[in-house]
Structure formats: structure tokens, C-alpha cells
Design a protein around this ligand. Structure first.
Ligand SMILES: [Zn+2]
Ligand SMILES: [Zn+2]
Length: 170
């Protein structure tokens, strides 16, 4: 049973009181720029903190999430560890929609929908195998991560600066 809702009111917290629980969640693997990523180590043990405020709840969701996919630069395998730490407020007893959480309805918290969105928000624009990935050689396509920096050079069109230099030396 992955679709598990937390009945906040059933926790019977008084204003100022707090509790937490562990929930085991199996979110769908996210998409990034149209690419299907994968999640390692699912199901995920997430921690949900619930604090009762005077007019509702303050909520916190924490979960270790490991995302895998293809490096956008060198096309090698990429693995990213995300420490999800998200907060929500649901002041259910006031009318301001800004103070309502989209993950709480009728006093029930949906941690799976929340984690799903929190993962999407935590993803970088592009997945890289490492922050300084050197990418692929534009000429021959080998991974520049596998060669000494600057050591991989192709004999291509003659460099005009060198031609000038040679003229001067002649
Ligand atoms: Zn890479
Ligand atoms: Zn090359």
C-alpha cells in the first residue's frame, strides 16, 4: 500500500504540540527535460514532522532520494543524491488559500504527492555525472573525462596564428 494518507486530526495534537512519523513511499521516477530518470533505493523511508499551530499545521518532509540517469554532457551514467527537506503550512481554519497546503485535504496529508513534487523541485536543470564533467570531444566523440586535460588535440585546420608566427620566424 503506497497510497498512504496521514490523518492529521487523528493525531489529536494540541496547539504547540508536535510529533513525527516515518512513512514508506514509492514515488514514480521523475522526468528531467524529457528524459526518464530512475530512482534507486525505493521504497523510500521518509520522515514527516507535524506541528499543531493555533489554526492548523506546520509540516516538514524529509527523505533521502537517489536519482540515476544519463549525464547531459558525456552521456555516461549519472547518479545524484538529493536530501529532500520540504516544508508546508496548512492553516485549515483560515480562509486564505495561500495558507492552505495542496497536499492536505479534509485533514488528510498526502505524503506521496508531496514527495513527488519535492523531488521535481529539487532536481537540477541538467543531470551531470559530476559538476565539472568535461563532456565529449566535438570531433571524435570520446569522453574528455578519460584524458588528461588539454592533452586531447586534433590536427585540424591550420591555426592562422601559428602561420603568422612561422612567417615571422622564417
Ligand atoms: Zn558526464
Ligand atoms: Zn577527439
Amino acid at each position: 500500500m503506497s497510497e498512504r494518507l496521514i490523518d492529521l486530526d487523528a493525531l489529536a495534537l494540541r496547539s504547540g504540540e508536535a510529533t513525527w512519523m516515518e512513512v514508506v513511499l514509492e514515488p514514480e521516477a521523475p522526468l528531467l527535460g524529457g528524459e526518464q530518470l530512475a530512482l534507486e533505493e525505493v521504497p523510500i523511508a521518509a520522515r514527516v514532522d507535524v506541528s499543531r499551530t493555533t489554526s492548523g499545521y506546520a509540516l516538514r518532509l524529509r527523505a533521502p532520494v537517489v536519482v540515476t540517469g544519463t549525464c547531459a554532457r558525456c552521456l555516461g551514467p549519472a547518479r545524484l543524491v538529493l536530501e529532500i527537506d520540504a516544508r508546508e503550512v496548512d492553516q485549515g481554519e483560515v480562509d486564505d488559500p495561500d495558507l492552505r497546503s495542496p497536499y492536505v485535504g479534509e485533514g488528510l496529508l498526502d505524503p506521496l504527492a508531496w514527495l513527488h513534487d519535492a523531488i521535481a523541485l529539487a532536481l537540477p536543470e541538467r543531470l551531470l555525472c559530476r559538476p565539472d564533467c568535461a563532456g565529449l570531444c566535438e570531433v571524435c566523440g570520446i569522453s574528455l573525462n578519460d584524458v588528461e586535460p588539454g592533452a586531447h588535440i586534433h590536427e585540424s585546420e591550420p591555426d592562422l596564428r601559428f602561420a603568422k608566427l612561422r612567417e615571422l620566424l622564417d
